[in-house]
Design a protein around this ligand. Structure first.
Ligand SMILES: [Zn+2]
Length: 309
């Protein structure tokens, strides 16, 4: 009898011990997986909250051949290890401000965006293609647009608001406006800036004239000020500065698709970013600029654009 009692007792204890260890094992496993999934969520959260600033600066009329001794700031950017650039990008054959800018921000060839005018009036049908401003909204970016030719308001379509400003002035006159308007309220910010200086001096005095070179030195210095202002205000952001142009010029014109009219720069400076943005080798046309910005935004859907082909 006693031996049987003892045996039952041992059996009972073993059973309790077994249950306890199963309970402990299950609890620790559950805890492990909960912790792990929380970490994953935190990582996702961190990636989504990564603050990012993208500034696209279109310098009207600044063909690649103007970059050199009169652009000490831009030239210094080309020397930096965190800069990726080409000076051999081509604007469209009809090297004019309106159709070139439409290619720049739609990612489409002129044949596909079908805009052949260089001016806007009441009869001009609205822009039907989506633009970088639409793609910025899709990717939860807030956007700002600063324009120094009123006709470029056409690029905004129906969009209005205090985040859009057009002033027919030279860059020196709008630096403060830009600085005052752009806010760090959103963690993702896209800024488009159009600067007319070089084009205006080119039409009046000629491309490569002394007057235009002087304007170029002023513009270059203003770019330095702009970048410094953004750097200060967006100090915790990943910052990407993209410098480009709609066309170059020759004599006092730029519309005929001459080599100097079509050759434009695309300079991408990565600042405070986890990795440097590297231009793909196939980037060679003005419409590729849209895809560069979409890449930086980590835009996901496949869009049927000429620059994605
Ligand atoms: Zn232009």
């Amino acid at each position: 009898m006693k031996i049987l009692d003892l045996f039952i007792k041992i059996l009972k204890y073993t059973f309790v011990l077994l249950l306890t260890s199963i309970f402990l094992a299950t609890t620790s496993l559950t805890l492990y997986f909960i912790t792990k999934s929380t970490n994953v969520l935190e990582d996702v959260d961190e990636a989504e909250n990564q603050k990012q600033l993208i500034v696209l600066i279109s310098m009207d009329g600044l063909g690649s051949e103007l970059i050199g001794q009169n652009t000490p700031f831009l030239s210094s950017q080309l020397q930096q290890t965190d800069t990726s650039f080409t000076l051999d990008m081509q604007t469209i054959k009809q090297s004019e401000t309106m159709p070139s800018h439409i290619s720049m921000i739609t990612g489409l060839t002129q044949e596909n965006h079908k805009f052949y005018l260089n001016s806007i009036d009441d009869e001009t049908p609205p822009l039907t293609s989506e633009t970088l401003f639409d793609y910025a909204i899709d990717n939860n970016y807030s956007y700002y647009a600063f324009l120094t030719k009123n006709k470029l308001l056409y690029l905004l379509g129906e969009k209005t608001g205090e985040n859009i400003l057009s002033k027919e002035e030279y860059s020196s006159e709008i630096l403060d406006d830009i600085d005052n308007m752009v806010e760090t309220e959103n963690s993702k910010v896209f800024v488009f800036i159009h600067l007319r200086d070089i084009d205006s001096y080119g039409h009046t005095y000629g491309w490569n004239s002394e007057e235009q070179k002087q304007a170029l030195r002023t513009l270059d210095n203003n770019l330095n000020i702009l970048v410094s202002d953004f750097r200060e205000e967006f100090d915790l952001y990943n910052r990407y500065f993209i410098f480009t142009a709609d066309h170059g010029g020759e004599g006092i014109q730029h519309s005929n698709g001459c080599p100097a009219c079509r050759r434009i720069p695309l300079i991408v400076v990565s600042e405070n970013t986890p990795t440097k943005y590297e231009l793909k080798t196939e980037v060679d046309s003005i419409y590729d600029t849209t895809c560069v910005v979409l890449d930086i935004m980590e835009d996901n859907p496949h869009r049927d654009l000429d620059c994605t082909k």
